[in-house]
Design a binder for this molecule. Structure first.
Ligand code: UDP
Ligand code: UDP
Length: 450
């Protein structure tokens, strides 16, 4: 969902500009229920968008037992990518450009250039800081004569990145993710343009370093077009179970009194950690809305809340805490005036949503790009990053510590002032004449010139 949502939002933004003919290649079968729902919502809302089904070739997934099912799906997309040339060429409406996800960059850029003679753009689903890391990583590997993350990385124009900030799986040269990441990093400079769901005032240094060629000489144009949002006309984010009851509950809470707690659509915490989070929320004395996830794939989640929470917890917090396992309309939640803090795993979409609505963050990054993303929160000053918190390995953060930090950041005036300021900057960026607005116009102009 972290990749699909920015795409549906970008597609909605393109459709809203009018005059752009859009076809969406839809990879099938989907891994999660949430994905299937969002595709259905997108095509129902935009009947003019052409849907091109892309049935993935089977491959021997058993050889990768235990691998993240979403990563396996990327691998299967990459292994089926040679079918994309004929699929796109065979589409009745001749395409004039391709926009694809970074995880397909190394496969699709050569197909676009050599077979289809079309420009190929990447819509990058993480921050510009992560984009700099991806783009620079091959140079780092070559200079250090290694094939994996083996130490701190100095990115020209950005600075020192400690070894434990990038995705830790990059320490393993044999992992599928590492192989894909390096292949995509090597080819990304060949793209015709990179669209990023960020804005100039949020990541000025990373954007400047990328655009000036400091990170990688000759890097393609970077269009910062965020924060992307679901427009009220798209309905793509509204395929939500129980949405109205969550929002109705928020409507009964005082302004800025509720902590929203969610760790993205696929960050399942261990049972012990879930219980400590519960204890922390209870001890904080704050109101809270907590989305609990116990499995990586939603279709496999059969546990009841009462199976995962400590006995009696729901009764004790009744009235001041709402706990759910359902998909919530997170953007509607963060937009709600009752929300005063977001305790977050720091997925990039979640951060951009928090920024867009001026919600201060308590950052608890654990995996993948989340620590590099937390550096953006820290430098922006709109949240507190608990750098020593983790749930990797056997480590568990105590409820006592969680409760204290929630209380502290809820009352932190400096952070909430910065969050309000960043919201202002985000609003300005996407308004007519703002930086993201202009970048989107520039991107549209490149489409029309081809
Ligand atoms: N999301 C949502 N409801 C949920 C869980 C997630 O709307 O119950 C959305 C969230 O608003 C965000 C996306 O799913 O837009 C998750 O992407 P993100 O990059 O934040 O994290 P990921 O889940 O990919 O780790
Ligand atoms: N990523 C990348 N190149 C790749 C694969 C992933 O740059 O070949 C980025 C992608 O933007 C993602 C980040 O690496 O945001 C971390 O990937 P992870 O699998 O941890 O998270 P997810 O893909 O679920 O967002």
């Amino acid at each position: 969902m972290g990749h699909l949502l920015p795409f549906t939002r970008f597609i909605a933004a393109l459709a809203d500009t009018g005059g752009v003919d859009i076809s969406v290649v839809t990879a099938l079968p989907t891994v999660s229920e949430a994905e299937a729902d969002h595709f259905a919502g997108l095509f129902a809302t935009f009947p003019a968008i052409r849907r091109i089904d892309f049935n993935l070739l089977p491959f021997d997934e058993a050889a990768f037992a235990g691998t993240d099912p979403f990563l396996l799906r990327w691998e299967s997309l990459r292994r089926s990518a040679h079918l994309l040339g004929p699929l796109i060429a065979g589409n009745t409406q001749r395409a004039s450009a391709i926009v694809t996800d970074v995880t397909l960059a190394s496969q699709l850029i050569p197909i676009a250039k050599d077979d289809l003679h079309l420009p190929c753009h990447i819509l990058f689903s993480s921050c510009a800081t992560m984009l700099s890391f991806l783009a620079y990583f091959p140079t780092y590997l070559d200079a250090a004569s290694t094939n994996h993350l083996a130490g701190d990385v100095n990115i020209p124009g950005i600075g020192h990145v400690p070894v434990d900030y990038p995705p830790q799986v990059l320490r393993n040269p044999d992992s599928l993710f590492t192989k894909q990441f390096i292949a995509n990093g090597r080819l990304i400079a060949e793209a015709d343009g990179i669209l990023v769901n960020t804005f100039d005032a949020l990541e000025p240094d990373a954007l400047a370093a990328l655009r000036s060629g400091k990170v990688v000489p000759g890097f393609p144009p970077v269009f910062a077009i965020g924060p992307l949002k679901s427009t009220s006309t798209t309905g793509t984010d509204n395929t939500v179970v129980g949405a109205s009851s969550t929002i109705a509950w928020l409507g009964e809470q005082p302004a800025r009194s509720v902590v929203y707690v969610a760790f993205g659509n696929r960050s399942a915490a261990a049972l012990e950690q879930i219980r400590e989070i519960g204890a922390g929320l209870e001890a904080s004395g704050c109101r809270f809305l907590w989305v609990v996830k116990t499995t990586v794939v939603d279709r496999e989640d059969t546990a009841e809340l009462t199976d995962v929470l400590e006995d009696g917890f729901l009764g004790r917090v009744q009235g001041r805490g709402l706990v759910t396992k359902e998909w919530v309309d997170q953007e509607a939640v963060l937009k709600h005036p009752a929300i005063g803090l977001y305790l977050s795993h720091c997925g990039w979409n979640s951060v951009t949503e928090s920024v867009m609505y001026g919600v201060p963050m308590l950052a608890w990054p654990t995996l993948g790009d989340q620590r590099l993303i937390a550096t953006v929160i820290r430098s922006g000053g709109f949240g507190q990053w608990m750098e020593h918190w983790s749930w990797e390995g056997n480590s568990v953060v105590s409820g006592v510590e969680i409760g204290e930090m929630v209380k502290q950041v809820m009352g932190d005036e400096a952070i909430s002032t910065r969050a309000a300021k960043v919201r202002e900057e985000a609003t300005k960026a996407v308004a007519q004449g703002g930086s993201s607005y202009r970048n989107m116009q520039e991107f549209l102009a490149t489409l029309k010139s081809t």
